[in-house]
Design a binder for this molecule. Structure first.
Ligand code: ADP
Ligand code: MG
Length: 292
């Protein structure tokens, strides 16, 4: 494109709340055939809320929640914030925790009142050699409702499952439908479990879901799609998404997301709405049409 048409396109983008960092990004966006959307904070609001607490026999729901919240108080994950807030809202005072470790994309471990507490996915507990047969069906029930299950074990014993729910942004479904009308394939990628991810995906009519993708593997999935011949736009908000945003042909960051994601991206959607992805693609197509 000519410098003038790029300037015009970039200016129109800015007016629509779309900050385009380079001429190259504006020029490449018209070639995209696949849009990969991060789930949490991109398709959904990213403000999860604690909705359920279930304890196994021998444990009390408030005790399980207090212990999990004690461990999560040391984590910066959005799920952790939801659980700590949920415990406070129920009038609980989580005891102090020590010996905190976090396993990226899986969960955490800590020591509370001399007891070892594991908190996270089925995989986190299984990796620690713990039996998940009692907790797995409870977790599956929450996933079927589109909630993220958080499993807890105390001293290696299955103690309970919490559920955390996030809501889909009001305009996500409409924006995804518009992307499809533009001829784009839409894929959702997430570290969350497959069942939960599929329920959320169904809400916004997306069939293609890449779930249980560890943060360090999100970029690998983008590169795999590129090897298959696709030109890929990635939309994300989290630190986790930064390598995938950088690997994509065009990276689009949610403006309300983390600075790390914004720095890794080519385009920032200031309002955080997925409608900005539609506008960016349309703007690129118009810019490239003008110069031919
Ligand atoms: P996403 O891609 O949805 O942003 P992450 O890669 O950050 O998710 O995490 C993947 C999954 O790992 C979460 O859905 C959750 O089940 C589990 N997990 C990660 N951190 C924690 C934590 N602090 N407490 C409980 N579960 C966690
Ligand atoms: Mg996210």
């Amino acid at each position: 494109a000519t410098p003038l048409s790029v300037m015009v396109g970039t200016g129109k983008g800015a007016q629509a709340g779309i900050l385009i960092r380079s001429a190259e990004a504006l020029e490449t966006a018209h070639k995209l055939d696949t849009i990969v959307l991060d789930k949490t904070g991109t398709v959904t609001k990213g403000e999860p809320v604690l909705t359920d607490v279930r304890a196994t026999d021998g444990f009390n729901e408030d005790d399980v929640l207090a212990m999990v919240a004690a461990a999560e108080a040391l984590s910066e994950h959005p799920l952790a914030t939801a659980i700590v807030t949920g415990a406070h809202d129920r009038g609980l005072n989580p005891p102090p925790a020590s010996g905190f470790t976090s396993v990226t994309g899986k969960g955490i471990q800590a020591t509370i009142a001399g007891r070892t507490v594991h908190v996270g996915t089925t995989r986190l507990l299984a990796d620690a050699g713990l039996d998940t047969t009692e907790l797995a069906p409870i977790a599956a029930g929450f996933s079927a409702q589109g909630k993220t299950p958080v499993l807890a074990a105390v001293n290696g014993q299955p103690a309970g499952v919490l559920a955390v729910a996030d809501t889909v942004k009001d305009d996500s479904a409409a924006a995804i439908a518009a992307l499809r009308r533009l001829g784009l394939n839409v894929v959702i990628i997430t570290g969350d479990n497959a069942r939960t991810a599929q329920v959320i995906a169904r809400h916004v009519s997306v069939d293609d879901v890449l779930a249980e993708v560890l943060p360090q593997h999100k970029a690998d999935e983008i590169r795999r799609l590129q090897r298959e011949g696709h030109t890929v736009g990635m939309v994300g908000d989290g630190i986790n998404d930064a390598p995938a945003l950088a690997a994509a042909d065009v990276g689009l960051a949610i403006g309300t997301g983390t600075d790390v994601a914004i720095e890794a991206a080519d385009i920032t959607l200031i309002s955080g709405s997925l409608g900005g992805v539609v506008t960016a693609v349309q703007l690129s197509r118009a810019t490239m049409r003008n110069i031919r």
